[in-house]
Write a protein that binds this ligand. Structure first.
Ligand SMILES: [Zn+2]
Length: 121
């Protein structure tokens, strides 16, 4: 499995077999993570405040996506600004949970090295 597929599907960055989020998703706690990967034992929260930087990642991702689609609708498809705004709000609600988890997943994939041989000791 390549790193993009692994990050997109929230696999553990180290073994790419375990999952880093609790599934199925619970809406009251969308960021619930097990303490460690069930396959290789990689900690899902290596240090306090580890995911602080993923906030910027989700900000950038949603910014590009929402602003990009709004500009496209207004200048390319001749929507009014209000119509585009409504669309952007719907889109934001739709992608909110995906972006939330994906930013954390990408963040830990950027830090933890892939080690296919890793198993829990
Ligand atoms: Zn693992």
């Amino acid at each position: 499995m390549n790193i993009i597929k692994s990050a997109w599907n929230y696999y553990c960055p180290k073994c790419r077999k375990g999952k880093i989020f609790t599934e199925p998703l619970v809406f009251s706690d969308p960021l619930a993570m097990p303490e460690e990967c069930s396959v290789c034992g990689q900690k899902t929260n290596p240090e306090p405040g580890f995911y602080y930087g993923s906030m910027f990642l989700s900000y950038i991702m949603s910014g590009f996506l929402l602003l990009g689609s709004a500009l496209l609708l207004v200048f390319f498809f001749d929507w009014s600004a209000n119509q585009a705004m409504v669309f952007v709000l719907f889109l934001a609600a739709l992608i909110y949970l995906k972006i939330l988890r994906l930013s954390r997943s990408i963040w830990i994939h950027a830090v933890v090295k892939y080690d296919p041989e890793s198993t829990k000791k």
